[in-house]
Write a protein that binds this ligand. Structure first.
Ligand SMILES: NC(=O)c1ccc[n+]([C@@H]2O[C@H](COP(=O)([O-])OP(=O)(O)OC[C@H]3O[C@@H](n4cnc5c(N)ncnc54)[C@H](OP(=O)(O)O)[C@@H]3O)[C@@H](O)[C@H]2O)c1
Length: 248
């Protein structure tokens, strides 16, 4: 059947695959025929994703991406890749006056430095096939807007978008494409720690022209477009997917 978005036979690494957007990316990619290498920290949740993948050749690697040795071990276990989707991330909203160097380093480490180092190592070790595609899950925050207490998170996501454009230029000669996806609010566990109240979320959702938050699969479909050969002439882009939020 004609399908320009197929991922049949492609091998794709997904970080943050134990939850939310990463889990949806892994599952939807497997439905389109990809072989997945999924990584996360929580063994039980990562295994749950692994068990929900469609039946191809998949691999699961536990790694805490705050730890450089774990990053090295992860990269050493990788085969040749056709795609990478960097989904691992944390939010940690905090009023600016309470920002500390440690907190800033923690959020930058997961959201910006780890995906940068993983990508650099994969490139250095020539683990990317010709026409491979790298996708960073960024955000509307730090790129199109921000939110109360969102300074550290916005900084980390703004950095990812800049990184995307820079690497896209460096890798274009090899035919490797690099893009980011910038979602608005998506229904995942990321704000489940109670610091953003249910009432705040109920008010916030009203500001979306499409009157709801996004679903993890809807971000996965954007990532799939960027991983597939349908987007073979797309590089350095920051794909907005936000239910119209940034229109207003
Ligand atoms: N949800 C939203 O509204 C939204 C909007 C825009 C952008 N995003 C971005 O989308 C990405 C995924 O977020 P989500 O909403 O799916 O969040 P989530 O459900 O909380 O999932 C976060 C994922 O990141 C992994 N992770 C966190 N710290 C890690 C570490 N130190 N080492 C390895 N993995 C780690 C988690 O693994 P474990 O569970 O195994 O620890 C989990 O798989 C993030 O980059 C986030 O910034 C989310």
């Amino acid at each position: 059947m004609y399908n320009p978005f197929t991922l049949q036979g492609k091998t794709i690494l997904v970080t943050g695959a134990s939850s939310g957007i990463g889990r949806a990316v892994a599952i939807e990619c497997s439905r389109l025929g990809a072989n997945l290498i999924i990584t996360g920290r929580d063994e039980r949740r990562l295994k749950a994703t692994f068990e929900d993948l469609d039946d191809y050749k998949h691999q699961m690697i536990l790694a805490d991406l705050r730890v450089n040795d774990n990053i090295d071990r992860l990269v050493k276990s990788l085969p040749c890749l056709d795609g990478v989707v960097h989904c691992a991330g944390i939010a940690d909203p905090l009023p600016f006056k309470f920002v500390t160097q440690q907190k800033l380093e923690d959020i930058l480490k997961i959201n910006f430095i780890s995906p940068t180092l993983i990508t650099r190592e994969i490139v250095k070790k020539n683990l990317l096939s010709k026409n491979a595609s790298i996708v960073f899950i960024s955000s509307i925050s730090g790129v199109f807007c921000s939110s109360v207490g969102g300074s550290m998170y916005s900084a980390s996501k703004g950095a990812i978008n800049g990184l995307t454009k820079g690497i896209a230029i460096d890798l274009a000669t090899k035919g490797i494409r690099v893009n980011s996806v910038c979602p608005g609010m998506i229904e995942t566990n990321i704000f489940e720690d109670g610091r953003v109240s249910k009432d705040q979320l109920t008010e916030d959702v009203k500001r979306y022209p499409l009157k709801r938050y996004g679903k993890p699969e809807e971000v996965a479909f954007a990532a799939i477009y960027l991983l597939s050969d349908a987007s073979v002439w797309v590089t350095g882009s920051n794909l907005l997917i936000d239910g119209g939020y940034t229109l207003l």
